[in-house]
Design a protein around this ligand. Structure first.
Ligand SMILES: Cc1cc2nc3c(=O)[nH]c(=O)nc-3n(C[C@H](O)[C@H](O)[C@H](O)COP(=O)(O)O)c2cc1C
Length: 253
């Protein structure tokens, strides 16, 4: 097994990091575009019914209405609502032997993703950066003070993020997965992050909020903000969440 720093997957993450001072000079290979829908023009089509009889399933409206939301009501989210979203992201739902299973699946139940938040407008919570202590269902205070603008700037100046109630920042601790799976573990890490973000956004929908996933950020700047070295642990994904504005007033990309 190669050392972590020698793994293809690890080198890939390091080499594709964005840096404010070098981003313009980053080489982008010329890869021809391809269609967004894969077609099998010669295949027989089986029409799928749209009138499925699962109307009572409460998840349907949550999935139907989810949209990446980049405009938020200037209204705080309650601490209970934040707790609900954190639980949905990574909360422990069952125990078996040494394993604590969570709301989201994880390759090998190794849970390589850590959740941090930039709390901007949360009732009864001082603005600042917190880490989600999954085991104790608690928040670890990393630093206080309004970080909304700093986070938005670190995320390549995506200003809408500064008006969110909270920004979730997900980091990966590579060794958790890669010590078992080697290079292949990098695939699992990225898949885990996707599960977590989606659960969080579905939970946001359930509390009359919405959010936007964000993967465009200056890696070193977001890592510095959270106190991460960018080597053993680095931010991989983020999402800003806030209360929904009236329908029709949401911004679109
Ligand atoms: C991996 C990933 C990264 C994304 N990064 C950003 C981002 O940095 N900024 C942004 O405004 N939207 C970002 N988005 C949101 C997409 O633009 C959005 O999902 C897409 O336009 C489809 O729209 P919908 O989410 O409303 O269905 C990201 C989405 C994904 C899945």
């Amino acid at each position: 097994m190669p050392k972590l720093g020698e793994c293809t997957g690890y080198k890939y993450i390091q080499e594709t990091g964005y840096r404010r001072d070098t981003i313009k000079k980053m080489m982008r290979p010329a890869i021809a575009e391809t269609g967004i829908f894969k077609k099998y023009p010669d295949a027989d089509k089986v029409e799928l019914p749209r009138s499925w009889s699962l109307k009572e399933a409460r998840i349907i409206p949550l999935l139907q209405h989810r949209r990446s939301l980049r405009k938020y009501k200037m209204e705080p989210i309650s601490l209970g609502e934040l707790a609900f979203m954190l639980w949905a992201s990574q909360g422990i739902t069952a125990k078996s032997g040494n394993y604590s299973f969570r709301t989201t699946p994880s390759g090998g139940a190794l849970y390589p993703i850590e959740t941090y938040i930039a709390a901007n407008h949360i009732e009864d919570l001082e603005p600042g950066i917190y880490h989600f202590d999954v085991e104790n269902f608690a928040l670890d205070k990393i630093r206080t003070g309004d970080q909304a603008e700093t986070v938005a700037n670190a995320c390549m100046n995506q200003k809408f993020m500064a008006s969110s109630a909270v920004t979730f920042l997900w980091s990966v601790i590579f060794r958790r997965s890669m010590s078992k799976y080697g290079n292949r573990g990098m695939r699992y890490v990225l898949l885990d992050a996707g599960h977590i973000c989606q659960n969080t956004l579905t939970a946001a929908e359930a509390i009359g909020s919405g959010g936007c996933p964000v993967a465009a950020f200056y890696d070193d700047e977001v890592n510095d903000l959270l106190g991460l070295d960018g080597k053993d642990e680095t931010v991989i994904y983020a999402a800003s969440v806030g209360k929904k504005v009236a329908p029709g007033k949401q911004s679109e990309l």
